[in-house]
Design a protein around this ligand. Structure first.
Ligand SMILES: Nc1ncnc2c1ncn2[C@@H]1O[C@H](COP(=O)(O)OP(=O)(O)OP(=O)(O)O)[C@@H](O)[C@H]1O
Ligand SMILES: [Mg+2]
Length: 274
């Protein structure tokens, strides 16, 4: 992509009607980070900031049709994968990614909602590991997802995270971003491993309930920024800085009584008057 061109970025994910996570949050993130957003719906959910009350799959033939129709016309510079739901969807999406030669792929291996609802069936985990992770440039598991993907003991410390990040590379992605949001402590540190080096991304833990969609927002931000940075590590750092600022500004929004969304447009909107 020539320097300065606006990238076209695709999210393949579920729809969260509350707009804090999933495809809607991804499109807000792309827009805030100077990327043109496109989206393919992989699953429907009924949810708010407190609870997921239902999940409705999208017929796999129609997921393939959405992807093939889009790729037939639009140049896609990076793809972000979010909630896929079941093994059939995983296989369908993997086949489409191969068919269209997608190289810049960010995989957020979504398994459980922040409110605790399962979003990926157990047989789909095996399909994800086998068919999707080897295609990925970057994977962004949280700690419980890393434990499931590796079949390992609970990851409790930064030292455990470093070992787990290195093991996750064996599953095929070029870069692992292991997220530390689920560790306790004053910092929420993520670990990057690109095979050559490990980099810690520390961030002060912000005291807030508004962490709905933090993972979706981070992976979408990486996809938006990858085509705009020569070095993927720089894209990850910039994405993390964007997310941290979006969490810090989340108190300006008043959306629901559970885990509220982050403020995707904190850089654009004047602060709310008190
Ligand atoms: N309270 C917080 N303050 C600052 N950063 C946070 C906080 N909570 C999470 N993060 C950061 O947000 C990102 C997402 O991390 P987390 O481990 O929560 O992902 P996740 O569980 O996949 O999120 P989601 O439930 O939205 O899918 C990470 O970069 C993490 O460090
Ligand atoms: Mg997540």
């Amino acid at each position: 992509m020539p320097d300065g061109m606006i990238p076209n970025v695709l999210s393949i994910a579920g729809v969260d009607p509350s707009g804090g996570a999933g495809l809607l949050a991804d499109l807000k993130t792309f827009s805030a980070l100077r990327a043109y957003g496109t989206g393919v719906v992989a699953a429907l959910t009924a949810q708010n900031t407190r609870v997921v009350t239902g999940v409705q799959p999208v017929p796999v033939a129609f997921i393939a049709q959405q992807l093939d129709t889009l790729f037939a016309d639009v140049r896609i510079d990076a793809v972000k994968l979010g909630m896929l739901g079941d093994a059939e969807v995983v296989a369908t999406v993997a086949a489409a990614l191969r068919r269209h030669g997608v190289r810049r792929l960010v995989v957020d291996p979504v398994m459980i909602s922040k409110s605790g609802h399962p979003l990926l069936s157990p047989d789909a985990v095996a399909a994800l590991r086998r068919e999707i992770l080897p295609l990925a440039e970057i994977i962004t598991p949280n700690l419980p997802e890393a434990e499931v993907l590796l079949g390992c003991a609970p990851i409790r410390t930064l030292a455990d995270m470093r070992v787990a990040a290195r093991s996750l590379l064996q599953l095929g992605p070029r870069i692992v971003l292991l997220k530390g949001g689920h560790l306790e402590g004053a910092e929420s540190t993520d670990v990057i491993d690109d095979g050559a080096r490990q980099i810690e991304l520390p961030a002060a833990r912000i005291v807030t309930k508004n962490t709905h969609g933090t993972g979706c927002t981070l992976s979408a931000a990486i996809a938006a920024l990858l085509p705009q940075h020569a070095d993927p590590i720089d894209a990850i750092r910039a994405a993390k800085a964007y997310l941290t600022a979006a969490i810090a500004a989340s108190g300006e929004l008043t959306v629901g009584s559970g885990h509220g969304p982050v403020h995707h447009f904190h850089n654009f909107w004047p602060p709310a008057r008190s």
